[in-house]
Structure formats: C-alpha cells, structure tokens
Design a protein around this ligand. Structure first.
Ligand code: GDP
Ligand code: MG
Length: 597
C-alpha cells in the first residue's frame, strides 16, 4: 500500500463511553477478525483490564478497508484510559495523524476526555467527533454535539452518530477516517526514525516493540539503535499487527508494526524512544521522550518472611515489562525485609499489587502510599524522601517541600458546593470556576498530591453521585509546614504507620488514626495501647481491651459448620496479618490513614 493510502488513528474516549466496543466493531466490519475468533473486546486482552473495564496497555491493529474501489490500510493505535498513563497516551497520539473522539450521547464530555483532546490538538491531529450509544433512550446527540462545540471548540456539524453496540454508523466512521485524516508523509528516503508507542516483554522472544515509522525504512535483520537508551540490536523479526503478529520483510515511513530483537528489558526500548539505524543514524531523535518519574511510593512486605526472595524475583519480572516500576529493598524493625516501590500513580500501584498477588501467589502487606518530599537540610543539602519514617529529624531540616497538582473537576452544577468543600478540606487553593454549559461547570484547584493520594477520587464520585470526573497534572514543589506523626502499638514504634501531615491537621489526624486503628486491630489476650506521637510527645492515645472469652464460645455447642466457617474466616484474616511485637496487625490498618474522617 502506498503511503497515500495509509491512515493512522487512535480513539479518545472516557471510560465506558464505548471505545473497546467500537474498536471491536471496526475490526469486525473490515473483516480483520472473524466474529467467531473474537473474544469479547479484542483490544483489551489483559484479564485485569477486562475485569475492571479499564485500558492499561496500548495495542494496535491494522485493518484493510475498500473505499471507492481502492484499498486503504487503517492502523488503529489504542490508548490507555487512565491519567496515570497520560505519557503513554501522548506517545500513541504522536504516532497518529488523526483521532476519533468518542462521546457517550447520553452523557457528555468528561475531564479526562478533554485532557486527551488537548493532547491530540497539540499533536496537530485531525479529530473526528463520534456520538456513541444513540440506541439508548436517553441519548441526545444534538445536545452533546453542542457541548463538544462549546467546550472543545470543535466543529460538530459533521459529527457521526453511531451505536457501537448495534453496529450503526460504523461504515460512516471508516469512510470519514479515509476522507478526513491526512495520510502520513512519504519520507522513506530519510534516515530511519520510528516512534515506540508500546513495548512488552515476551519470555521467549524478549521485548516486543510496537512502533510507527516516521521516516525511513526498517527491514528484518537491520542493526538498529534506540536513541535514548543508546542500546543497539539486530532486528530478528519485523512485522505488522493484523491484529495478530504477522512477519513482513520491511516497513516504510507511515507504517505501524512491531519488532523483536532479543531485548532483555523494556527499559532498553521504552515508550517514546526513537529507533534509528546503527550505521545511518538520524541526526535528532523524535521529540517528546520523557523518563518515567514515579509519583507515589509504598512499602511492600511479605506476610511470611520466607517469601522475600520470591517477592524480589516477582518484582524483577514485572519490571522487565514495566519501565515505570521502581523498587529498592526496605527494612524496618516492625515489618522485617521488604521493598519500597515507586509508581506513576495509584492505579499503577494497585495493578502491580494485584499482579503480585494473583500471578505470583504472594501474600503481601502494603503500607499507605506516600509522595516524594524534598527536605532542605540545615547543612545546605536537599534530600528526597519517599518514606515518612526516614524523614530527617526536625533539628537537621530547614524546610520541607511537597509535590502539588492542578486538578480540574467537571461536574453538574448541583455538586459544585460539595466538590469545592472536598478540595478545600484537602488544603486546596481555589483557582477557577467556570460554567462550560448552562448545567455543567469546571472547577480548578491546586492541591498537594499527598492529599489526593487515597480516597480523593472515591470522595469526588460519592459526593457527586457518580456524575463528576476529574483530571490532574503535576505542577511542581511548594514549601509546606509539615511534620511527622508516629504511631506506637503496645509500646513498639511501627514505622510503616508513620505519616507526614500538615501541622494544622496533626492533632485531628492523630486522634482519628488511633481510633481507626483501635477498630481495625483485633483484640488480643492482653490490653494493647495505641499512641500517636510527634517526636516524643504523645498527642493521642487509645487502648484495645483484652479478650476475655474464647470467640468460639459464642457458637452454640452443636453447630459444627458455623464453627468451621468462623475458623476459616479467622484463618483467611490471618493470611493478611503482620505480627508486630506481640500484636497481629491486619492489612487494613496499614491503609487506615487514607480513610480517616
Ligand atoms: P470503554 O471503557 O470506552 O472501552 O467502553 P466499552 O466499549 O467497554 O463499553 C462500556 C459499556 O457500554 C459496555 O457495557 C458496552 O456494552 C456499552 N456500550 C458500548 N457501546 C454502546 C452502544 O452503542 N450502545 C449501548 N447501549 N451500549 C454501548
Ligand atoms: Mg475499554
């Protein structure tokens, strides 16, 4: 296919607005996958993703489409749908000339969609508005079109009305892709530059790299080099995604494909890096490459100390496939040996934890997530601290800075008050409130990332009855009046429960946290005091009274199944307990600080 008959596009949509359903229909209608071989939602093929209905990893698919008796090659590059992965989204958009903007016609534009539309506009993409779910009785595509025009400033006179579920409007979408999205430029004569928009680790072939050729040509057997990691390899295999991998001899400027080259870790061929030829190097790499910076850290400890080596092996394996995951050993007298791990955000953190437990059968205790603080010391040094228990002592520090984010919340106007109160409670600085339509508003705040880590998103959802959406971006560090709050259980300091809080909130947090711990830690055979301290000063204390009777005594003599059930329940509870001194502390206690109030 000549480059004039290639179209590269992606789909921008808010979660649940129908991106996967539409992608499947496009693949079906173009005969790319037979319906009988279609798993539900071909593009989301990670179990975890399917279960949670989120798109984590990008995938791509090549389709053949006949238009005016000419064959076109349409490459769909999928994007993840969560703000933790906005860098990946930006790279896949950079690999395209156009995008479908899919909006649920019974809902409207959401914050995350807006953020991605702006990314697409920055990359000069042609955007085709698509109003999905017109089969729903509540669908109002005219209203939502107007909203897109007002909010995004995009002409919606040609917007396509579709139902991905019922297969309405799919042909119109395919035709619009050919008509409206510009073909890639034919720059096959230039030195090779290909943009990596995804990579994953395959145990047999090493890393599989997904890329878009921007300039030049890549052939099987070529000696290639990754310009950011400066590693070079021979391309063992080059191919297209149809959507299964299919080997070809060469890919030219404008085409999308994959390669394998016995690469041992995704860190050597990371998303955003530029592939060039070893002997005919491009002068400049493609713009936009960024190192992954973890924003959120937590401790991971095996419940059973014997699983430490297994945990390390599992983290190493996951890292081969996840260049953004960082970890280093951490030891604490309370928890024993474990790791301090860094993640892009909370979702990324949850995904890693879940995979460790599910795929590697590890039983873990996770400590509450922390951000990275910058501590300016008296001796002039600045140290980064991602572990509250390691915060330099008050006498040795001059000031502490913490990361701030700018958040934008989109909400129906009824919930403006509730959401402003939420942001205010979380030390938010009000920036802007504007109505984007008569009934929907955008609220902008700047607040500490630490205040967002935890239940902020859950609160946003519950205070708006599910109707608000949000988006955030890191804006920099600001000095704050912060102190460290420590917790002692039965007289033993429990470092993983240490937390860094604003001075004005310290007493309230100390009280709420000790109360919460009292509820969460099961009663023992003896009385257990729980104390919150700032330095050596106790600011709040509670005590768990001792158990008097055997729990089983509560069951009536004969009911053996009930007894068994109770025992099993206790055993399950046990699995996720960590013995701290003589006290068994359950997993939930380590997260308690996130759910105060
Ligand atoms: P994604 O999160 O954007 O990938 O959304 P999905 O494709 O997973 O769709 C979310 C939900 O909306 C699923 O339950 C789909 O069956 C449903 N859905 C998608 N498209 C349509 C449509 O055109 N009409 C209706 N009624 N439901 C749809
Ligand atoms: Mg999906």
């Amino acid at each position: 296919v000549p480059s004039s008959n290639i179209r590269n596009f992606s789909i921008i949509a808010h979660i649940d607005h129908g991106k996967s359903t539409l992608a499947d229909k496009l693949l079906q209608m173009t005969g790319t996958v037979e319906s009988r071989e279609m798993k539900a939602q071909f593009l989301d093929n990670m179990d975890l993703e399917r279960e949670r209905g989120i798109t984590i990893k990008l995938q791509a698919a090549r389709m053949r489409f006949m238009y005016n008796n000419e064959a076109y090659c349409l490459n769909l590059i999928d994007t993840p749908g969560h703000v933790d992965f906005s860098y990946e989204v930006s790279r896949s958009l950079a690999a395209c000339e156009g995008a479908l903007l899919v909006v649920d016609a019974s809902q409207g534009v959401e914050a995350q969609t807006l953020a991605n539309v702006y990314l697409a506009l920055e990359n000069n993409l042609e955007i085709i508005p698509v109003l999905n779910k017109i089969d729903l009785p509540g669908a109002d595509p005219e209203r939502v079109s107007r909203e897109i025009e007002e909010v995004v400033g995009l002409d919606c006179s040609d917007a396509i009305y579709c139902s991905a579920k019922e297969g309405i409007g799919i042909n119109e979408i395919l035709s619009a892709i050919v008509q409206k999205i510009p073909p890639p430029q034919d720059t096959a004569e230039r030195p090779l530059r290909a943009l990596i928009f995804d990579s994953y680790y395959d145990a047999y072939r090493g890393v599989i790299v997904y890329f878009r050729v921007i300039d030049g040509t890549i052939r099987k057997g070529d000696r290639i080099m990754f310009m950011a990691s400066k590693k070079d390899y021979y391309a063992d295999e080059v191919g297209v995604l149809s959507p299964n991998q299919l080997q070809v001899n060469q890919l030219n400027a404008g085409e999308v494909g994959y390669l394998s080259a016995s690469i041992r870790s995704v860190a050597d061929a990371r998303v955003g890096d530029t592939i060039t030829h070893y002997s005919r190097k491009a002068e400049e790499s493609l713009p936009g490459y960024k190192e992954a910076t973890p924003m959120v850290f937590c401790g991971l400890f095996p419940v059973d100390a014997d699983q430490f080596t297994e945990l390390r092996d599992a983290l190493e394996k996951l890292q081969l496939n996840d260049a953004a995951l960082k970890f280093e050993p951490e030891t604490s007298s309370a928890m024993g040996f474990g790791f301090r791990c860094g993640f892009l955000g909370l979702l990324h953190m949850e995904i890693v934890q879940e995979r460790l437990e599910r795929e590697y059968n590890l039983s873990l205790i996770t400590t509450a997530p922390s951000v990275v603080y910058r501590v300016n010391c008296v001796n002039g040094d600045t140290v980064e601290c991602s572990n509250p228990s390691l915060l330099p002592e008050p006498g040795s520090r001059r000031s502490i800075e913490e990361p701030y984010v700018k958040i934008e919340m989109l909400t129906p106007k009824d919930y403006i008050g509730a959401l402003m109160e939420l942001a205010q409670d979380r030390r938010g600085e009000f920036k802007e409130l504007k109505f984007i339509t008569e009934i929907r508003a955008s609220i902008i705040y700047e607040l500490p990332l630490a205040e967002m880590v935890g239940d902020f998103f859950d609160q946003l959802k519950s205070r708006s009855k599910g109707y608000a959406s949000m988006e955030y971006s890191f804006i920099g560090y600001k000095e704050s009046d912060l102190i460290k709050l420590d917790i002692q259980i039965n007289g033993d300091p429990v470092e993983p429960l240490s937390t860094i809080v604003h001075k004005d909130k310290a007493y309230a947090v100390g009280r709420a946290l000790t109360q919460k711990l009292k509820e969460l830690i099961p009663r023992q055979m003896f009385k257990v005091p729980i104390q919150a301290c700032i330095g050596s000063k106790v600011i709040a204390s509670e005590a768990i009274s001792a158990i008097r009777k055997d729990v089983l005594a509560k069951c009536y003599g004969g009911d053996i199944t009930r007894k068994k059930k109770l025992l099993r329940k206790q055993a399950e509870g046990k699995k996720r307990m960590k013995a701290i001194g003589r006290v068994d502390v359950p997993q939930e206690a380590f997260m308690a600080v996130l759910k105060l109030e």
